[in-house]
Design a binder for this molecule. Structure first.
Ligand code: ASP
Length: 334
């Protein structure tokens, strides 16, 4: 009798231990606002403060959700919305313009819990493209919707839609003119090289239930060919999440990220080679560089370990987690 009683106590203790293990204590959010050729000498102190303010706002918004037991899905969406609404970044308002002078936006979302994913490409009217990508995931059996079909879908979902002029800023008009004139004097190969900063936005998060999510949103590349779609809405290239491995959001020269299937490559390095997140991101970005591409990634594993790797001069980036990290940075030396 006494023995049985003891067994019950031990059994109860073991169950409570395993429950605590499932209740992931580490929560974390990591963001980027694009990688590129930014120079410290060329950025005014005021501009730097402006960028950092929005990055902090995005981190705080997402972290607050995680702290209150919210899902990583919600945290990623809300953090990305902050950056899409800011004209500083190449996503939503302030997106770069294509060769025809229009904003054409791509976004994707993935949930690591069930490998569900949604994406939209070449949309011109959706105020917050990340919301449309999320709706594709949540409310349709499809993964990727494009152009007018995706714009129409957003309308049907009751998402905010705007005229294309909402996205266009003076800064992006000037950038387009500059890139167009550069393209006339350079040969085709040079034309493909990154003549300006990138500025895509992305977010990965881990919630108290151990669920990872990833989201990415972009206007693509300035002066891009009409109809061009980059890596961002290609699941596994610019965005990926899997609770068994990690969540990744990429930024950079999209064609190279597609050809290297970067986000899935990183997840696979973690899954099959047991590499840690830093090693995995470095290896994958080196492959991009070898082919002639450039850019960066943020990644977060199921334990809350993170990486913010890039092979450009800088990457707008930040992290906030329950281990006490809270940091936003821009340049390599930061
Ligand atoms: N990866 C994006 C694209 O090629 C651009 C960026 O990250 O800035 O569309």
């Amino acid at each position: 009798m006494k023995k049985n009683y003891l067994l019950i106590i031990i059994f109860g203790f073991l169950i409570s231990c395993s429950e605590n293990k499932n209740q992931n204590v580490d929560i974390s959010i990591v963001i980027h606002g694009g990688a590129g050729t930014m120079d410290r000498e060329k950025m005014s102190v005021e501009k730097e403060i402006e960028y950092k303010k929005v990055l902090e706002e995005a981190l705080n918004k997402g972290y607050e959700i995680l702290e209150k037991n919210g899902t990583s899905e919600k945290a990623v969406i809300e953090a990305i919305k902050v950056m899409e609404d800011s004209p500083l970044f190449n996503a939503g308002k302030g997106a770069v313009l294509d060769e025809r002078g229009e904003a054409s936006l791509d976004a994707s979302f993935m949930s690591g819990k069930n490998l569900n994913a949604g994406a939209i490409a070449g949309v011109k009217k959706i105020k917050n493209p990340i919301l449309a990508a999320y709706s594709v995931m949540k409310n349709t059996p499809q993964v990727l919707l494009i152009s007018e079909g995706a714009d129409q879908f957003a309308l049907e979902q009751g998402l905010d839609t705007v005229d294309n002029s909402y996205f266009i800023t003076e800064r992006r008009r000037t950038q387009l003119i500059k890139n167009k004139s550069l393209s006339q004097i350079k040969n085709k190969k040079e034309l493909l090289s990154p003549v300006s900063k990138f500025g895509t936005v992305g977010c990965v998060a881990l919630d108290k239930n151990g669920n990872l999510s990833a989201g990415t949103s972009t206007g693509g590349r300035s002066n891009k060919k009409w109809g061009r779609v980059g890596d961002v809405p290609i699941i596994g290239a610019g965005n990926y999440a899997n609770n068994n491995t990690c969540a990744i959001s990429a930024t950079g020269w999209g064609e190279f990220f597609i050809r290297n299937v970067v986000a899935y490559d990183i997840s696979s390095l973690v899954e099959y080679k047991n590499l840690n997140i830093k090693e995995a991101t470095k290896i994958s970005l080196d492959k991009v560089k070898k082919l002639g591409g450039s850019g960066g990634v943020i990644a977060l594993d199921k334990f809350g370990n993170y990486a913010m790797e890039f092979n450009t001069k800088g990457m707008y980036r930040g992290v906030k987690d329950s281990k006490g990290n809270f940091k936003v940075s821009i340049f390599k030396s930061d």
